[in-house]
Ligand binder design. Sequence first.
Ligand code: UDX
Length: 436
Amino acid sequence: MEREKKMKVAVIGMGYVGLVTAISLAEVGNEIIAIEKNSTKLEKLKLGISPIYEPNIQEYFKKYKENIQFESNCENLNEDVKVIFICVGTPENKDGTADTRSVYEAINEIINNNVLAKDIIIVIKSTVPIGTNKDIEKLIKNKTNKNIKIVSNPEFLSQGTAIDDAINPQRIVLGTDSKETIKILKLVYKKNNRKYVITDSNTAELIKYACNSFLALKISYMNELANICELINGNIKDLEKGMGTDKRIGKYFLKSGVGYGGSCFPKDTKALVKLAEREGYEIKTLEAAILVNKNQRIKLIEKAKKYYKNFNNLNIAILGTSFKPNTDDIRESAAIDNINILLNEKANIKVYDPVSLEIIKEKYKDSIEYSNNIDEAVTGADLCLIFTEWKEIKEYKLNNFVKYMKKAIVLDGRNCYEINRIPKKMIYEAIGNKKR
Ligand code: UDX
């Protein structure tokens, strides 16, 4: 049988989404040209080193690197490229809207490349405000005679499981009214068992915001229930089981804690509020979820105030600084908000995180101390605060808190331990649980 001809696909932006997209598209046999402007990142990529931490990424990267060529800009794209994925960042503006400048920069670079074929498809994977795909279409019509089709194809990958999420997506959303574009993208995504949701570009863009916001709503709802559990002496973990076994509710994203963080939920929830506002609509459920999250993030400090009136000169151990386990990402991590408050109140802080310590060091330099392991972090501490449910933290020998801390007061923002396992000499409070 004649071997299927490889499709040449470009991916612009080698952040989490871009690199993982490039690897997953190479995995199904496409030939990738990956573009990254940042020269330090580009050098690493060329050497086969992933600039991001993600479980299994290095192995996958090594396996498919041969099919990925790295370049610094779009000038090096030639007429063989049929499809271009835009995966650049859309960070939050000061007013909560999304900053789409990098997306438009990429579009302009593509328009100004005269070597590219006349018929190309641009796939917008970056999370963009509703209407952006339509605006780009208009811009292209005004600026070039090329037959460029735009398709919205939002990304749903989670940090920590990004490779698997991209290789085996639960669905692929395609927002376009062009049948030909859908046909070609199905060739790019190749595998037969894919589930597609085909819609217009505005709805596709909204699906991304709607999913992240719905999950954020779920979390804030559970956090409010956790607060009620504390008032009625209930148990949030049992409540979670009682709810999660109902298929209509589902068992995921019901974990209470110190709120959601990361590069997506905080940014996308605010952006959806802004988008609704732009259309003259107030999305009250989401506004409430954002407010609940803001308050939830400082729950441990509130709890700590019961034990210490102020934190001046207090030795505080912080366990976990990444916004969730299995990532080194500290963006919008609850630990950061709390470290800042504690520093302001002149506490002595010692942190431990299995992966993000180097990034934390860059941020806080010598204003806090860093530990190589949990024992070291908790030694001599008056208080220990847990912000990330790393496996290592969950499996820590609880008696060691008693053994090493000056006062074994552990406040756990991620419900890492079963209450009945807590040693008698340890004061332990989690979120939404009976205290011990
Ligand atoms: C999220 C979406 O899940 C993903 O589909 C999208 O593409 C990007 O945003 P990510 O930011 O990687 O992914 O992390 P996620 O696992 O969703 O967690 C987000 C935050 O919610 C974390 O801070 C996590 O600790 C918190 N969370 C999650 C909870 O507090 N409770 C839960 O039950 C689940």
